[in-house]
Design a protein around this ligand. Structure first.
Ligand code: AMP
Length: 422
């Protein structure tokens, strides 16, 4: 028996209503804030990701699906969306467009992680990027948009966490302070943190091991070591968020897992599980475009995990619209009736009426049982007698009654009763 690879999932019809709901809300919110859709390739040159995400990060060290293709090119399946969008921004000369350029994506992401609830190896993200403006007004707008997106989905039990991790001017000084602090913690650190201390100092702050929590609580805070311009940027952002009325809190633990972030970082977390199962996160990345070969260009973005949203929609029991299915079953009995039914089904669908058509090989009773099992609201029955008189029987599956209708009347009648009941 073949099975889907570990960490991947078939998205069965029952789950599609959630996806469509989320995608519709995402497109709607993007329309409101002026974001246009971009789709980039599923794979890119490996260097794009190693360069942008950073060598010492979990993604680059342990999680990328990388391989050489038959032409000897180093290829990686997209482990996040931002680097590809930035590559496209540079490649297509989008610096010449009015700035900021606002782009969104709905896409699959690949990370070789340990699968568990809400953690897959192939998952999906809704993400967006505002490229080409450094003003904190944009940060506030991007954060607000994320919050309004979850709000529009009907999710309520969420918290919004914000922090500033400074820029290339002030961060080295802060990192040194952090290293000095951790140098004195020695043996108390977990094994992973011993490595992080050298290779990815900031990530010490989002260690999940119980033994490291007290150390993190007392660690120096990035917001206390910002240079003047980062401090002003952060103060303005907080003011804008206050003015908008977003219920955010500031946490010095929030650093995010990728190297390219500068200044503002933020996450939206479920109240119950907090950072364990973050719903979405983002931040500013003012050096990334230049790092990838473009002109220095400030930018900020956000990405939300679709599977985690679905988990939370279910947990919060949010009712989502069902995807409509055909409500009319077409049964037939007899040679001539079968022929007529093929044409009738075609005419009805052409008129915009969804039909589940029986092949007529079973008894009428069995066909109607099938209609019942499929939860059909109406059944049209056509036998050789009806063909001769150019009529059909229309049966309301929930009621006892049925009526005879001429072929001419069938489409208007069905349209009337189906519209009246939606
Ligand atoms: P990141 O790019 O790591 O900031 O992830 C953005 C969002 O994608 C997270 O907040 C999660 O909602 C989601 N996400 C990240 N990794 C996974 C994963 N392995 N499986 C499912 N969702 C994920």
């Amino acid at each position: 028996m073949y099975q889907a690879p570990r960490g991947t999932a078939d998205i069965l019809p029952a789950e599609q209503a959630y996806r469509r709901y989320i995608e519709q809300k995402a497109s709607l919110i993007c329309g409101l804030y002026g974001y246009e859709r971009i789709d980039t390739p599923t794979f890119e040159n490996t260097k794009l990701f190693t360069r942008s995400i950073g060598d010492g990060t979990d993604i680059v060290e342990k999680e990328m699906y990388s391989f050489q293709d038959k032409g000897g090119n180093d290829i990686t399946l997209r482990p996040e969306g931002t680097a590809s969008v930035c590559r496209a921004y540079i490649e297509h000369g989008m610096a010449n467009l009015p700035q900021p350029v606002k782009l969104f994506y709905l896409t699959s992401i690949y990370r070789y992680e340990r699968p568990q609830a809400g953690r897959l190896r192939e998952f999906h993200q809704f993400g967006y990027e505002a490229i080409g403006d450094a003003d904190p007004v944009i940060d506030a707008e991007v954060i607000e948009m994320a919050w309004r997106f979850y709000e529009s989905l009907g999710l309520k039990k969420l918290s919004l966490i914000v922090n500033s991790i400074g820029c290339s001017e002030c961060r080295p000084n802060y990192l040194q302070k952090l290293r000095d602090y951790y140098d004195n913690c020695g043996e108390q650190l977990c094994k992973d943190c011993q490595t992080r201390r050298e290779r990815n100092t900031l990530r010490l702050l989002d260690c999940k091991q119980p033994g490291c929590q007290k150390l993190i609580d007392n660690a120096p805070k990035s917001a206390d070591y910002l240079c003047d311009s980062c401090a002003e940027h952060f103060n303005l952002l907080k003011k804008y968020l206050d003015d908008i009325g977003l219920p955010y809190s500031i946490s010095h633990r929030l650093v995010r897992g990728l190297d390219y972030y500068t200044r503002t970082v933020f996450e939206i977390q479920p109240e119950t599980e907090g950072a364990q199962n973050t719903l979405g996160g983002g931040g500013r990345y003012d050096n990334l475009i230049a790092e990838l070969g473009g002109k220095p260009t400030a930018a900020i973005g956000f990405a939300a995990g679709i599977e985690r949203i679905i988990l939370n929609l279910k947990r919060e029991d949010v009712q989502i619209p069902v995807i409509s299915k055909p409500a009319v079953f077409l049964a037939n009995m007899g040679e001539n009736a079968k022929l007529a039914a093929v044409k009738l089904a075609s005419d009805l669908r052409h008129a915009g009426i969804g039909i589940i058509q029986s092949t007529g090989t079973k008894s009428l009773k069995a066909q109607l049982r099938q209609a019942n099992n499929l939860n059909m609201r109406f059944a049209i029955i056509i036998g050789d007698e009806e063909v001769a008189s150019q009529t059909v029987v229309l049966k309301d599956m929930a009621a006892a009654g049925q009526e005879n209708l001429s072929w001419d009347c069938l489409i208007p009648k069905l349209k009337e009763i189906l519209t009246a009941s939606t």
